[in-house]
Design a protein. Structure first.
Length: 95
């Protein structure tokens, strides 16, 4: 019984890690809907379109938390994706 529970827990942990690894940094002020949907966990095509529409109507997002002005985006989605949400492109690495 313990072995079965351990295997189930390991399977979920591995799957969660694989899902998290799929997401990558994305600039929410420049990305198109397809990029937002593919890079942000919990954001599908409809929500990604809403993010782009909000950005076009109200201007850029100053912080990751500003995404919560979009209907359907709450604290949880922002928290899950916080490490991958950029509001500006990263500075190029020095040579």
């Amino acid at each position: 019984m313990k072995s079965t529970v351990f295997r189930i827990v390991c399977a979920f942990a591995f799957a969660g890690g694989a899902l998290g690894a799929a997401a990558g940094p994305v600039n929410i002020n420049t990305a198109d809907a397809a990029k937002l949907a593919s890079e942000l966990t919990g954001v599908g095509p409809s929500l990604a379109e809403a993010i782009v529409a909000d950005r076009q109507a109200n201007g850029n997002f100053a912080t990751p938390e500003a995404l919560m002005r979009v209907k359907g985006i709450g604290e949880r989605i922002v928290e899950i994706n916080k490490a991958n949400i950029l509001v500006a492109d990263p500075a190029p690495a020095p040579r």
